[in-house]
Design a protein. Structure first.
Length: 83
């Protein structure tokens, strides 16, 4: 019984990926990497670039900036409430 549940769950997930276009996009990326005449040193960066994601983002810096802006938003909302 557990085997059928696991298999049906996998099948549902596969259908979800197919319906949402993930499988097609991953296939295109991997074919692009395969057809690349000179293989990149970092395959992950190639995949990110191929999908349109910037590769030079400093996540920690963004987290710090987010926290500062969140604190400023709270402060400004408090000012508005006091008016």
């Amino acid at each position: 019984m557990s085997f059928q549940t696991t298999e049906s769950t996998k099948e549902e997930f596969r259908k979800y990926l197919e319906k949402s276009g993930v499988i097609d996009q991953l296939t295109r990326v991997l074919v692009g990497l395969y057809e690349e005449p000179e293989k990149p040193n970092n395959a992950i960066d190639f995949i990110k670039k191929y999908l349109g994601s910037p590769t030079d983002i400093d996540v920690e810096k963004l987290k710090i900036e987010y926290e500062k802006l969140k604190d400023e938003n709270i402060r400004l909302n408090k000012q508005v409430d006091d008016l």
